[in-house]
Design a protein around this ligand. Sequence first.
Ligand SMILES: Cc1ncc(COP(=O)(O)O)c(C=O)c1O
Length: 324
Amino acid sequence: MMSSHFFLLQPVTAGSEVLIDSEAHPGGSFPWINAQNRRGIVLRAFPVSWVSSRETLKAIESLTTEHTKVISVSHITAPTGTLMPLREIAAFAKARGIWFHVDGAQAAGQVPIDLAALAADGVDSYAASLHKWSGAVHGTGFLWVRKDRLPEVIPCEAGAYSDAPGGSHLYPGTPRLEYNTTAVRFEYGTRTMSLPVAAGAALAKLEELGMAVISARGHGLATALHSGLAAIPQVTVLTPADESMRASMITFKVQDIPYDELYQFLMAEPYKCRCRIVTELGLDAIRVSLHIFNFERDVENVLTGVKAAIAKQKGGSMHLMPPV
Ligand SMILES: Cc1ncc(COP(=O)(O)O)c(C=O)c1O
């Protein structure tokens, strides 16, 4: 979404190297692949470790060269819910003058986001959609850019309001446009205000509930699910066991049960668990997300469903009922 504004980052030209994480969602990776195709940047993906943040940092370090201009990572990865070590990556990028961009589409509404603290750490820009964990309408999101680096970001789109006061000129002579010095440079015409206003209401609700409360609840339930799944011999949990490397999402797979069959099984009566298949990187797994509206019984429901699927697959009874 908003990340696409970035292929007009001024320091990114043909031959510039950009590093992205191996679990980047198309919303975070395709703008860069497009820049690779159209502007000749050199794009590389570094592997995200599910074992230690140190390993992830090492992977970033080993792919960084003197030509690396941007490091772009998911705050929380979509396929496995891995929480990335933003502070450490920011320190690494800052020391080398590399632009550090974060895709927070999965993080906004799942964990507290302190943009001022991230800026102090060395994050240069942060983009997020708001229709996921924030519960806002589709088509809403935000792009935040450090104020002192805003001049380096040239908007992809320009239109009425993109200009600085008195900064545009049409006739006589050469037409020119001087961009507004604030985020208003990204405004490109008259848009509907209902979507941003509705998004504001969704964010106000999150604030009322408290992001610390929301994230603690999701994290606690996810930890219970992680432990419960890890105790089932046929299950492999892909989301990191290290609690500091995950938030409220758990991705797992079950030996000898195709992911799509397990998905159908969990989605159907009596479990009715709205999960997601994870086909990225050929993981062929199932992802469960736990929010403020979930309860311990929902975790029990998933565990019961998985056990029932295993029992069914072994030819046993599938009628393990979920708790009420
Ligand atoms: C990490 C991440 N980035 C980007 C996106 C895409 O967001 P949008 O469709 O709003 O561009 C998603 C969607 O799931 C995501 O998980």
